[in-house]
Design a protein around this ligand. Structure first.
Ligand SMILES: C[C@@H](N)C(=O)N[C@H](C)C(=O)O
Length: 225
């Protein structure tokens, strides 16, 4: 899953993709932290009620792109965004909680391996897309509320038996079809998925830059107003 870096070589932190096709680059991979940030200075804005009651904060361009994705969805479906910008203290609390769970499952792993395993579910703080206002946790909803996407939002790999991975082959055809609808709209709007979490989509952060080949990220850590 991880290899010790040679001098000057970023750490590789990857997982085999669950459908057997390629690999997932984790947020703890050194190629993510090596991406430069050319901060745009864009403000955080609150998403309106068409995205659900959370009123999540995201960068202004992310909000526009989510609006575009919303418009690309089939009639009767909408995006329900449950979280956007996250305070670094909240990010750290999630890291600490999940790292304890990982350690209980894998006693004896060293600190580097623990960081890699933990990053399947929560990002290292330095590259955290939510802390940059670049990421949203979201799902699809219809007039009756959120739909069954195969797992609840925030199911860990352990809790979900890996079904939280976007490409999990172990979900129903209905949930698979809904994940594809989500990916079609958000991908067309320029957001990228973190493949270990079907609900996590971002634009402008370092992971986005790595996936899209952009020369730099445009959002680094930002404080909420
Ligand atoms: C904790 C989970 N909801 C989450 O936000 N994970 C992503 C990868 C993150 O920490 O940025």
């Amino acid at each position: 899953m991880t290899s010790a870096p040679h001098a000057g070589t970023p750490r590789v932190a990857t997982l085999p993709a669950p459908d057997g096709d390629g690999e997932i680059v984790l947020l703890s991979d050194g190629r993510v932290s090596a991406i430069e940030v050319q901060e745009s200075g864009e403000p955080l804005v609150a998403l309106d009620a068409s995205f659900g009651p959370a009123g999540a904060l995201v960068r202004a361009e992310v909000a526009l792109r989510l609006q575009h994705a919303q418009e690309l969805l089939p009639d009767g479906l909408r995006l329900e965004v449950v979280e956007g910008h996250r305070h670094p203290a909240d990010q750290q609390r999630i890291i600490d909680t999940y790292a304890r769970e990982v350690l209980a499952e894998h006693p004896g792993v060293d600190a580097a391996e623990l960081e890699v395993l933990t990053s399947r579910f929560v990002s290292p703080i330095a590259v955290a897309p939510h802390v940059a206002g670049a990421a949203t946790d979201l799902t699809l909803a219809d007039e009756n509320g959120p739909l069954d996407m195969g797992t609840p939002i925030d199911a860990t790999p352990e809790q979900s038996g890996g079904r939280c991975y976007f490409g999990s082959p172990d979900i129903t055809p209905e949930a698979r079809a809904l994940r594809e609808v989500l990916a079609h709209a958000l991908g067309a709007a320029g957001l990228v998925n973190y493949p270990t979490e079907w609900w996590h989509w971002s634009y402008g952060d370092r992971y986005w830059a790595l996936v899209t080949g952009a020369p730099a990220a445009v959002y680094g850590p930002v404080a909420a107003p």
